[in-house]
Design a protein around this ligand. Sequence first.
Ligand code: SF4
Length: 395
Amino acid sequence: MIEIAHAERAHALLSPSGAHRWLHCTPSARLEETLPDTESEAAKRGTLAHEIAELKLRKALTDKMPTRSYNTALKKFKAHELYEPIMDDHTDAYLEYVQKVVHAFPSPPFVAIERRVDISDYVPECSGTSDCIVIGGGHLHVIDYKNGQGVPVSAENNPQMKLYALGAVKEFSLLFPIETVHLAIVQPKVWDQPSEWTLSASDLLAWGESIKPIAQAAFKGEGKYTIGEHCGFCRAKATCRARVEHMLEAGSRAPLKPPLIGWDEVGDVLRQAEGIVSWYTDLKKQALAEVLKGGQVAGWKAVEGRGSRDYADLDAAFAHLKENGIDEAVLYERKPLTPPQLEKALSKPVYKKLLEEPGHVINRSGAPTLVPESDKRPAITDQVKPEDAFSAPIE
Ligand code: SF4
């Protein structure tokens, strides 16, 4: 049985997608309410990719969509200014994953596409749209597509996914008994394989009970402003007083031994100062917007940045240069596209067939980067890198 509902992408005050934030910083939801909600270009691109993913699921999993309507709809999406060819590959990867889950059942499971689920038993006035829900044989699968690449999102203990699962259990468990819950995030720009996590339905329900008082506090705007990595997703991230105070205190905390700090202290200093650069950039951006619209930011003003030169009419300028004997080779720069740019331009399968498989592409490891110990990647040093560890001669 397949059920389809078009996504209403409206957000509740305590939305599942913001749960990571409001579960940690309960007053943040009410504070965000007072600030304008500006949708970034990446978010708009994500919405477009979701529409394409939904269309593909509907076409593949139902017999209700005539090929002609599908092609017309897909063509429309592809004509969108934010469309990029790689979206086709990524939404195909999502479709493949959902099909793999569906076809693993011995008999056809129940499938709901873009289903809005009610989560208000646990979180006041909360509902959310799950990209795909599959239920059969005591198993519930909640599958989410993510188009972003900035922040890898893991399914493990993911509160957004657990809230969707709670909504699905409430909605469907009378019709379909549910014992085990599988959460999966397909984020093709980040993970080669979807991130998956499994828990029992009873553990899920217990978690739902445990967050009830936190959600109540968040709904009322009560609790303590709590700093963390979740601040990066908060509308108040630039001007939140708690965060500003935290950032400005970073340099003055813990009396360090003069004149130089030791490596035993560096880790703590880096941790305390984390986020300072992006916070400062965000705050400066908001302050500029404020003074440009005529507001006052004490001690600061807006000025014209460094100007640039451009052609009044490129065609006329270049024609004039050629008439005056300037060789065309001087006028243009021919630059090869990089492998990631070509993959985007050609689509993944063509890129793989023409470039990767014949060995025209060399994969080089990235420059070393310092990350917190909790990062899942293996540690490296100049002496031993993970790929060398197995091939190093044994003495
Ligand atoms: S910026 Fe951080 S501390 Fe401030 S309200 Fe938002 S989540 Fe809470």
